[in-house]
Design a protein around this ligand. Structure first.
Ligand SMILES: Cc1cc2nc3c(=O)[nH]c(=O)nc-3n(C[C@H](O)[C@H](O)[C@H](O)COP(=O)(O)O)c2cc1C
Length: 286
């Protein structure tokens, strides 16, 4: 799969390579109203990764349904819509508006966004709020609901259990890690919002650890995400207990990165004489 926010809504990339070969496309984070995002500067390169503070720039759910979903409906590859709300009610509204829309095959809840109603704490940093969002979304839709967890917590297993108890069909691990950069010439933070999300190969060990821990604690499928650039990276996530993977930041160096990872997985399986990827799921755990 592609990782949310790194592949737009797939329309541009669909002109660059055969995206139908991918397992799924995950959309840009979609909100109730259109958003222009945070002021520049919104990205910074870091050793083995990048920082971003895009601020959920997107066209809003209404335009998405009117203009983008009809194109998705012509694709064979399923599209998962990543949704972000400022309150539990907004998550409920997004889940319900996207229910039954042709071209939409699933929802991914981005709970790494602030709950404005309770002082801006991230939904995903509090078990009760994470559970409340999941409860609302799951009951507002017939679509499968993936909950995407933030690594910026003390115990990710606790949050995973809380959302699975409320009916999450699958989990995606992980979103970006909170970080920052300072420009020594201006002596000011590089990003306009001071802090931003760290992604790319630098976070792969953290993501892998999270998948390994959570896979031992819950019974729903886990999608690994964080720093993947090759088939072997993906296999590591599968061995840790993931059943699928998402590729994000790597698409900024090559938009075909998700396909390169897929072909790398296929090559690994052929070389090892393994027929089904499922044979490897969690194999590093025993
Ligand atoms: C520029 C950028 C924008 C992103 N936007 C979103 C988003 O809208 N919703 C979301 O859930 N995750 C978003 N993410 C997080 C990625 O989907 C992914 O979880 C994270 O970057 C780790 O994977 P990677 O190292 O392969 O990029 C974004 C990441 C980047 C780099």
């Amino acid at each position: 799969m592609t990782a949310s926010g790194t592949f737009s809504n797939g329309l541009e990339a669909s002109r660059l390579f055969d995206i139908q070969r991918l397992g799924a496309i995950v959309s840009k984070g979609t909100t109730v109203r259109p958003r222009s995002g945070n002021p520049q500067r919104r990205t910074a390169e870091t050793p083995s990764g990048m920082l971003n503070t895009i601020g959920l720039q997107n066209i809003g759910v209404e335009a998405l349904i009117a203009e983008v979903t009809p194109v998705w409906a012509t694709w064979q590859t399923p599209v998962v819509v990543n949704i972000a709300g400022e309150s539990v009610d907004e998550f409920r509204e997004l889940a319900s508006r996207l229910d039954g829309i042709p071209g939409v095959s699933g929802l991914e809840l981005n709970i790494s966004c602030p709950n404005v109603a309770v002082g801006g704490m991230l939904f995903g940093q509090d078990c009760k709020q994470a559970a409340a969002v999941t409860h609302a979304a799951v009951r507002a839709t017939t679509l499968p609901v993936i909950v995407k967890l933030t690594p910026n917590v003390t115990d990710i297993v606790e949050v995973a259990r809380a959302v699975v108890d409320e009916g999450a069909d699958a989990l995606c691990l992980i979103n970006t890690l909170l970080g920052m950069a300072i420009d020594v010439r201006t002596r000011r933070p590089v990003l306009s919002t001071v802090f931003g999300g760290l992604s790319g190969p630098a976070i792969k060990p953290v993501a892998l650890r999270a998948v390994y821990q959570v896979a031992g604690a819950v019974d729903v499928p886990i999608i690994g995400c964080g720093g993947m650039t090759s088939g072997e990276d993906a296999i590591e996530f599968i061995l840790a207990g993931a059943t699928a993977v998402q590729v994000g930041t790597a698409t900024f160096t090559d938009p075909r990165a998700p396909l390169i990872v897929l072909e790398g997985i296929e090559r690994y399986l052929t070389d090892a004489g393994i027929e089904r990827l499922s044979e490897l799921v969690g194999a590093a755990r025993s």
